[in-house]
Write a protein that binds this ligand. Structure first.
Ligand SMILES: [Zn+2]
Length: 406
């Protein structure tokens, strides 16, 4: 697709062809026939038009739960070996994942922490690629995940053993430009009892909440069990990841406290499919998939039939068996009953607000980043079956005012 089909250059900058721009204002979806004037990567102005629109346009999507430093392999061995023995090769793979992610319309991401600890160099590689003009989504990073002995995936996390160490970790997060702290405070599934154990000392948790708030870091927790979700509520974290065991009462409390939820349906769905085909781990994967779908269906009708208000698009890209550059999370949300406009809202304004970037991304208004998806068809008018191939309706993606060549 030639860029002349999307933009016209004139002396004031680049101007898009007439489009039907889809945005959310005060929670209502609107579309306007406009052309945008773009300068220095930003929307300078938008001009109302009457001529027939060539494309529909939405803001770029925000994937709020993903892992750049994981490649979606069933086990982490290859990734850890590459990270250690072939860091340059590893960076090349990540830069390519970033490019294909942008081509699917995902122009901002929240990275919930890598496996392993010596990872700053690799994140730096991604920043360098961006500074060289390669397409890399805007990314907030949790430089490590933080946990204690006994927590899920703790060997790959930064474990703390006393309060001083915890405070040190949080200071280092800030020094390494992390925008977010991610804690894993519970064990993996204990299949015999169907429970997850809270293993993080509550005092540490209180300190983490106080310090992250004071330093301006977002606080997210991995929480599948009832108890961990309860702790997330008690301390008003900013986001609960997975939340597979959340009750209706807990969902209502999350909503009233403005706590975001990324259900990571795609990650759980991908692991279920892998477990069935490989014949290992099927009981755990089926339990978690069953829980998340039940929780999600409750959330979809939480407010007298209207959905929970703080959904995020968070696919868990990069985690075991879960690909990068995928929009399957959105099609699963839709398939489980969330109407199209709420799926888009999760992927656009909600993600931008969660990342505290809502004054620069997630909307198509003057002053905002020119991060846009050009669509052949209006995604709001596509049915559930079409959403399974949503990417087929993407005509082009613009990141910071540049059309990204496939
Ligand atoms: Zn994850």
């Amino acid at each position: 697709m030639k860029s002349s089909e999307f933009i016209i250059k004139d002396s004031s900058g680049a101007r898009t062809v007439p489009v039907d721009a889809i945005t959310f204002l005060q929670g209502n979806v609107e579309w306007n026939r406009v052309s945008f004037c773009i300068q220095n990567g930003k929307i300078l102005s938008s001009e109302l038009r009457n001529d027939p629109a060539k494309f529909f346009v939405t803001p770029g999507f925000v994937n709020c739960h993903m892992h750049w430093l994981m490649l979606g392999e069933p086990t982490l061995e290859r990734e850890l070996a590459l990270m250690k023995n072939g860091p340059d090769e590893f960076i090349d793979i990540i830069v390519e994942n970033a490019r294909s992610t942008v081509l699917k319309g995902i122009t901002a991401c929240c990275d919930k922490g890598p496996p392993g600890l010596e990872t700053r160099r690799i994140y730096q590689g991604l920043k360098t690629a961006k500074s060289r003009g390669l397409p890399v989504p805007k990314t907030l990073v949790s430089t490590w995940t933080t946990s204690v002995d006994g927590a899920f995936a703790s060997p790959l996390s930064r474990r703390v053993y006393n309060q001083n160490e915890l405070e040190q970790v949080i200071r280092e997060l800030q020094e390494t430009d992390a925008g977010i702290m991610k804690i894993i405070p519970e064990s993996g599934l204990r299949l015999t009892q169907c429970t997850y154990d809270w293993v993080f000392p509550e005092q540490y948790f209180a300190v983490a909440r106080e310090m992250t708030a004071r330093l301006g870091l977002i606080l997210a927790i991995h929480a599948k069990g009832y108890e961990s979700i309860g702790m997330g509520l008690k301390y008003s974290v900013d986001c609960i990841e997975h939340a597979t065991g959340a009750s209706v009462t807990q969902l209502k409390e999350m909503q009233s406290k403005g706590i975001y939820l990324s259900p990571t349906l795609e990650g759980l769905w991908s692991r279920l499919n892998y477990a069935i085909s490989s014949g290992s781990g099927a009981a755990t994967a089926a339990f978690e998939w069953g829980n998340v779908t039940a929780m999600f269906r409750n959330a979809v009708v939480l407010n007298d039939g209207k959905p929970f208000t703080h959904f995020l698009f968070g696919s868990d890209a990069g985690s075991a068996c879960t690909p990068h550059a995928s929009l399957r999370e959105l099609s699963l949300m839709r398939k489980l009953g969330l109407p199209a406009e709420y799926c888009l809202q999760a992927a656009m304004v909600n993600g931008a607000r969660f990342m505290r970037l809502h004054r620069s991304i997630g909307q198509l208004t003057p002053g905002y980043c020119a991060d846009m998806i050009f669509w052949h068809r209006n995604p709001l008018e596509l049915d559930v079956a079409a959403w399974e191939h949503l990417e087929q309706y993407i005509a082009a993606v613009m990141l910071d005012g540049n059309l990204i060549e496939p």
